[in-house]
Design a protein around this ligand. Structure first.
Ligand code: RIB
Length: 334
């Protein structure tokens, strides 16, 4: 009886993909014991590869899955554009999925992309959750590489490209302190988002390092959107502050509108520093000082890791990129 991949899969409890990858001597995350069992059974039952079936399992589709949390945010749009342009030149196509920072959609799209047979997955997670591991491990078990970018979560089992959010946010607040500000507010992103949580941590550390009190009344929970910066800005501007650290530029734009409606001049009455250093930040009437995440550098590192994955490497690499402050006109010295 000619045994099949399916037979060996049932005998070993491993997926057909994993069995095929073991028989093809590919890198796959499986115990040595299981690997030897597959090889032993294949020999015992005189398994002969069915090249058609094998092609179905290890066939490359020349497509890459890219999942981002907010397609309307130019930070993610620029990264998506950079990745698409580069992989198109390599003969690959991209499936772009937008989750609106929603974990359920993220998991739905990841499973859909796996079913479509993409050759690798690049994802910016919506929130920090162990639920991300399930779909990431499915990709890894299928012998497909995963690159997480921009946001991290404890125990992350795959490669990562991220900015040093803690240092970047600490430096932003210390920049305000060096300019003489002592009463500094903060508008965070979604608090269950890694980058937002770490930037708030950096805000607090900078104040404490400089001997200043952390006043919970001056911390407002935003959502990384224009409206979040506007709404929380109206509230924060009623407090006795001279400066604000806004955890992304889209919310800083909303804060600008709140300041205008509150009759406050930037930077005369209130100084503002953002995070992302988006394209538009230098074009505002009062150009925004912002912590720069180098989108080209982030894209370049994602593509470098993707190249290694497409060449067959499943080595996990964590790349942390430094930030710097793009100094403009939204912060006054007092
Ligand atoms: O602007 C959206 C934010 O979410 C960016 O700062 C990026 O780092 C992501 O975490």
């Amino acid at each position: 009886m000619a045994v099949t991949l399916k037979f060996l899969s049932e005998k070993t409890g491993l997926s057909i993909t994993t069995v095929s990858l073991i028989l093809n001597n590919k890198n796959v995350r499986v115990s040595e014991k299981k690997r030897e069992l597959v090889l032993k059974l294949a020999k015992k039952y005189n398994y002969v590869p069915n090249f058609l079936a094998q092609g179905l399992v290890t066939k490359k589709t020349k497509t890459i899955g890219l999942i981002i949390p907010d397609i309307t945010n130019i930070f993610f749009a620029e990264i998506a554009k950079n990745i698409e342009q580069k992989i198109n030149s390599r003969g690959y196509s991209i499936f772009l999925c937008n989750t609106n920072d929603n974990l359920t959609d993220e998991i739905k799209y990841a499973n859909l992309l796996l079913a479509k047979g993409v050759d690798a997955l690049i994802v910016c997670p919506a929130i920090e959750s162990k639920d991300n591991f399930e779909y990431i491990n499915k990709f890894i078990n299928a012998g497909k590489g995963v690159i997480v970018f921009d946001r991290y979560f404890e125990g992350n089992p795959c490669s990562l490209v991220i900015s040093d959010n803690l240092k970047g946010s600490e430096e932003a607040v210390k920049y305000l302190i060096k300019k003489g500000h002592r009463k500094i507010g903060c508008i965070t992103g979604p608090i269950n988002s890694y980058s937002s949580r770490i930037r708030l941590e950096g805000y607090k550390r900078a104040l404490i390092d400089e001997g200043l009190k952390v006043d919970k009344e001056l911390i407002k929970i935003g959502n990384y959107q224009f409206h979040g910066g506007y709404q929380q800005g109206l509230d924060l501007l009623k407090k006795d502050i001279t400066a604000v650290f806004v955890c992304n530029d889209l919310m800083a734009y909303g804060f600008y509108r709140a300041a205008k409606e509150s009759g406050k001049k930037i930077p005369k009455d209130i100084s503002v520093i953002g995070f992302d250093d988006l394209l538009f930040s230098g074009m505002l009437d009062v150009p925004l000082t912002s912590v720069s995440q180098n989108v080209d550098e982030i894209s370049h590192n994602i593509l470098m890791l993707l190249e290694e994955i497409l060449e067959g490497s499943l080595e996990v690499k964590n790349i942390v990129l430094s930030t710097n402050i793009s100094e403009r006109q939204s912060v006054a010295t007092i």
